[in-house]
Design a protein around this ligand. Structure first.
Ligand SMILES: *Cc1c(COP(=O)(O)O)cnc(C)c1O
Length: 402
């Protein structure tokens, strides 16, 4: 394997983000292929017994087993790290594998975790069910409220865990304040950045310690594979995450890594265009639905904060209808172009009813508390012509009585 300029940090650190997204991390085999090669192998062979012994001892550079290293996976990790301006990145089999690893690798019985209450359903399950099972105390708070973070800190608080924007209420967390508070108290902040990605928001620049991803969403962006990623300092990745990941094995397959690598090349183009499309569709919907939760609109209560820490609003927003679940389902059923789907970040426009899908399992009380109303619909705006999306929404709104 031949390393290219994309593997030299002293060079990639001078590149602008879009150049990193296309070239960072690329190695080439003796064939000189243009696109990244797909190494679909689990094992490796060695020149000699002494050579494999040296590799296992860490005295010789080289790969030993795909749960530990794989060239295609390594290319993806290097590229994501470069895009994030992180010292290091490790990828996992899904966003939830990434979140689980990022939390479990650093906590032990008796520790305390503070988390934002508005969150992806499975992220809330980790906090509400998995961690307490192992004697880890958890507190969920309104993550928009800076004072609530301060009030929740205890002597044994180890981790702050939150997403911004949050799913599906679009709650925005003040990254600079909350990550700064964590730093000042010796707490590790873990930010789930799936809704924004490095194309729109880089939490490390605001003082976050760990950035975790569902790469299934905007990074792949075309509804093909599940993937996850965790970015942090080299020291944290090597000494905190890696012992956990190497021995528990939530690894990403080389094939899926290759698909995400190709997705990253167009990430910023898609994130930018989808943000613009979402704003155009949002402006149309604003006059037609009782309530919009859209960080890009001036009417959104946290619009200024969102735009201070994000480059653009992203493709996702939610609307709240007065007619509850019945009217929300009626609107979904009336859509002809926009698909009913619980995925997000896709190039295809999608809509879902969180209370009966992504947030169904947590129960009505937790939904009420986090603001997931029965009349709420979450939209992912894709790469179609927004005029076609508006026409589809227009006819569906009429059929749903709006
Ligand atoms: C989808 C999602 C996850 C989980 O990711 P998977 O790839 O589906 O496992 C975690 N957090 C957020 C904010 C998400 O949107």
């Amino acid at each position: 394997m031949k390393k290219t300029t994309g593997t030299d940090r002293s060079i990639t650190s001078r590149w602008r983000p879009q150049t990193r997204a296309v070239r960072a991390g690329t190695w080439r085999s003796e064939h000189g292929e243009t696109s990244e090669a797909l190494f679909l192998n689990s094992g490796y062979t060695y020149e000699s017994a002494a050579s494999v012994a040296a590799r296992f001892a860490g005295e010789e550079v080289g790969m030993t087993y795909s749960r530990l290293q794989n060239p295609t996976v390594a290319m993806l990790e290097e590229r994501i790290a470069a895009m994030e301006s992180a010292e290091a990145c490790r990828v996992q089999a899904s966003g939830m594998a990434a979140m689980t690893a990022a939390l479990l690798c650093q906590v032990k019985t008796g520790d305390h975790v503070v988390a934002g209450r508005a969150a992806f359903g499975s992220c809330r399950w980790l906090v509400d069910n998995l961690l307490p099972k192992f004697g880890i105390e958890t507190t969920v708070i309104d993550a928009r409220d800076n004072a609530a973070w301060e009030a929740a800190v205890r002597p044994n608080t180890k981790v702050f865990f939150f997403e911004t924007p949050a799913n599906p209420t679009m709650d925005i967390v003040d990254l600079e304040f909350v990550c700064g508070l964590a730093r000042s108290r010796g707490i590790t902040s873990v930010v789930d950045n799936a809704f924004a990605t490095s194309a729109l928001q880089r939490p490390l620049e605001f003082g976050a310690d760990v950035v975790a991803y569902s790469a299934t969403k905007l990074m792949d962006g075309q509804g093909r594979v599940l993937a996850g990623a965790v970015c942090a300092s080299q020291d944290w990745i090597d000494n905190v995450l890696l012992p956990f990941q190497r021995n528990t094995g939530p690894n990403l397959s080389p094939f899926n890594a290759w698909v995400v690598l190709k997705g990253l090349e167009t990430l910023s183009l898609r994130a930018d265009r989808q943000s613009r499309n979402a704003l155009e569709v949002g402006r149309f919907l604003e006059g037609r639905v009782p309530r919009m939760l859209h960080p890009g609109l001036e009417s959104f209560s946290q619009h200024n904060l969102a735009m201070r820490q994000m480059e653009a609003c992203g493709p996702i927003f939610s609307v709240v209808l007065d007619g509850g679940r019945e009217q929300a389902h009626a609107l979904l059923d009336a859509l002809e172009l926009i698909d009913i789907s619980n995925n997000i970040g896709d190039a295809k426009s999608l809509a879902c009813h969180p209370a009966s899908t992504t947030h169904a399992n947590m129960g009505a009380e937790a939904r009420d508390e986090m603001g997931v109303e029965e009349g709420m619909l979450r939209f992912n705006i894709g790469l179609e012509d927004p005029r076609d999306l508006i026409e589809d929404l227009d006819q569906a709104l009429v059929r749903a009585g709006l």
